[in-house]
Design a protein around this ligand. Sequence first.
Ligand code: KIV
Length: 280
Amino acid sequence: MTQKTTIVDIKARKKTGPPITMLTAYDYPWALLVDRGGIDIILVGDSLGMVVLGYPDTVSVTMDEMIHHLKAVSRATERALVVGDMPFGSYNVSVEKAVENANRMMKEGRADAVKLEGGKTMAPVAAAVVRSGTPVQGHIGLTPQTASALGGFKVQGKSAAAARALIDDARALEAAGCFSLVLEAIPAPIARMVTEAVEIPTIGIGAGIQCDGQVLVTHDMVGLFDRFTPKFVKQYANISEAIASAIAVYADDVRTGRFPGEEHSFTMKTDELEKVEEDQ
Ligand code: KIV
């Protein structure tokens, strides 16, 4: 029997290690691959909007789109903890709406937890969702849903004041009951200080080695999304190239009559075939 990863397991890793591994997945086949790869947390991120649905950013992603993809990922996942990302407009409007949408993530999407972006100001929302029975992962630093308000996709926490604010944000989210925190695009020494300031695990993306875990967008790290690649991405494969070459070879095989071969075709009994041929 495969042992399902729990919130308790994830929290314990702060003390016991090894570092927590987290990757995104948005559909059944990718969730199978990530789960079978032994990754601890699968995030159905709202990066869905950019890497799968072709939106220019994450702001347009809807709850219905998130639920649709979350369902597929939950069906595939046996071992990893599944986290559903709350899209822009689903939680930053009111506490009631946040609780209602978090319930949808759990009930319809079969998520194990949700993630929402924002620091101190979002802590009361996170607290209400936690109280309603849904575990919450916080997300601070560069928060892509509000990149416009942050002045673009920029590294956060670079001044002493901004760094102190990040530490305050982390503490507020811990006090709200979050079980872990994503730290995105912040200087490594500040990520270390945030990590030391809280008892819950931090999971970094562009936040250096001293977080309690790491997360990447899977489509970035396997080379399946090339519109842009942030500096913090390490590309472990280039599957776009492999797929493009398979498509080109298939097209050439069809055009030149090399596909389908006999091994891909069906036969029938000769006497039955002859009867049909006689009719012609
Ligand atoms: O949506 C997403 O993929 C994320 C990760 C970058 C953490 O929020």
